[in-house]
Design a binder for this molecule. Structure first.
Ligand code: PSU
Ligand code: MN
Length: 294
């Protein structure tokens, strides 16, 4: 069911470290034309660090693990590319449509391909507000064995409720060189993390112990705080106004996250975009180091 890129097929054959990368961030998280450049830069960072990048997406109903140049271009620029979660995979395969994969779907496919390390920007989680909206990323990570590197959960979410859900779902959360849960655009979200790790080897040691204690079925979340955060006053203003705007436009379901990210990037005149790009780059570098340590 999986089509591998030439580079990823070679890395598998040679048992080299591989890092899975998601594609919704490219198609629905970053604006054109910068989305394609960033996707290429992130792959380059993984290579420079000594691992092989495997950007995951669905093209014409086929699961791709690793994209050739023209395929990455399709994900970045084709209008018909939808945002797909795990539940959509069979539908896409049957209808031969193309889609970018969310954290949940990418982790699912990475596990299918026996890739254990995955880098993204910010996880999905429990949304703010009265309407019940919880990202499929949470349930997905509770049943999918991957190390996922992120900058926490997106700050547009209810971070406290998301942390509680991760506890309920028995998904371990580690702070990379920090005891504070990162806040995506912000270095700290205001919540603590119990478990700090200081190196890729620390993370590999935890990963390797899981089979001994029979907890190998879930993901391990590694949170990597962004070094230079978005101005806090600007962040809070964007958040309040962005949530009101989403409400006024009756944005619901899977459109909520792309809408809010686009709002942040547009209204901050690209300031939030620069931070988002830094997040993805830094997470990809750390993910490559972890893949090598594993
Ligand atoms: N991280 C980013 N930008 C993104 C995402 C993550 O920096 O666009 C995507 C991921 O694909 C994640 C999705 O799975 O947002 C969450 O969407 P939702 O809240 O609808 O589950
Ligand atoms: Mn949702």
């Amino acid at each position: 069911m999986i089509k591998y890129s030439k580079e990823v097929a070679k890395a598998i054959a040679e048992k080299k470290p591989i890092v899975a990368l998601e594609s919704t961030i490219i198609s629905h998280g970053l604006p054109r034309p910068r989305n394609l450049t960033v996707a290429q830069e992130v792959e380059a960072i993984v290579r420079e660090t000594g691992a092989t990048p495997a950007t995951i997406a669905i093209l014409d109903g086929v699961i791709h693990v690793g994209l050739e140049e023209d395929q990455l271009d399709r994900i970045a620029n084709e209008d018909g590319v939808v945002k797909a979660s795990t539940r959509d995979l069979a539908i896409l395969a049957a209808t031969k449509k193309s889609a970018a994969t969310t954290v949940a779907a990418t982790a699912h496919i990475a596990a299918m391909a026996r890739i254990s390390v995955f880098a993204t920007g910010g996880l999905g989680g429990v949304h703010r507000g009265d309407g019940f909206d919880e990202s499929a990323d949470l349930r997905g990570l509770s049943i999918t064995p991957v190390v996922i590197v992120c900058a926490g959960v997106k700050s547009i979410l209810n971070v406290e409720a998301t942390l509680e859900r991760l506890e309920t779902l028995a998904v371990p959360v580690l702070g990379y060189k920090t005891n504070k849960f990162p806040g995506f655009y912000l270095t700290e979200s205001g919540f603590d993390i119990e478990h700090r790790v200081d190196s890729a080897t620390d993370i590999a040691a935890i990963w390797n112990q899981r089979k001994n204690v029979n907890t190998s079925e879930s993901a391990v979340i590694v949170t990597n705080p962004v070094k230079v955060e978005l101005d806090r006053a600007l962040h809070d203003k964007l958040l309040t106004n962005g949530l009101a705007e989403a409400d006024a436009h009756h944005i619901t379901g899977k459109a909520v996250t792309p809408f809010l990210l686009e709002y942040f990037h547009r209204v901050s005149d690209g300031k939030s975009l620069d931070v988002n790009v830094e997040i993805i780059k830094s997470n990809s570098r750390l993910a490559a180091e972890i893949a090598i340590a594993l």
